[in-house]
Design a protein around this ligand. Sequence first.
Ligand code: ZN
Length: 181
Amino acid sequence: MDDASDPDDDIRLVWHPLLGEYLVQSPGRMQRREGMADCPFCADLTSGRVPPGTRAWIRPNDFPALRPPVGECYVLIYSAEHDRTFADLRADEALQVIGLWQDMHAELAPRYACVMSWETSGAEIGQTQPHPHGQTYGVAVVPPLLARELGVSSCVERTGWLSCHSTPATRMRCTSTRADM
Ligand SMILES: [Zn+2]
């Protein structure tokens, strides 16, 4: 790779012919600010990037794994307080975060086959910023695992069973609150 090239230029989905699925190639993610003392999310407030008094907000991911038209990546900060986790939020604050998730879905769903929100919690699995936050990606393809989950959801809606292909002895009955073997 040319040293002067922008790593974002190389962001793409790569078809893996043996697995039969797309993989993300995103070399720009290697530039993330791991172990930095300065918090970019607290800096959103001190720099005026978000208005004073903001409790929760969405920002573009500074090191997106995907770029349009393949995808878009956003970060949702739960609280202005650096150490406050989602579990620490009051009910009204949690509802505000859920409202932001819904806003992101409404924004991205018209453009992408898949919109997913999640939290990566803990350095062991890749969290680089300790300020509690979640991620939302819009992706041009539905990842195989989500496709299988959608298939099961459709099955449950149609039949009430967690598997459309199992035998009566092994299939699981799904109710609104629990799954029984
Ligand atoms: Zn912070």
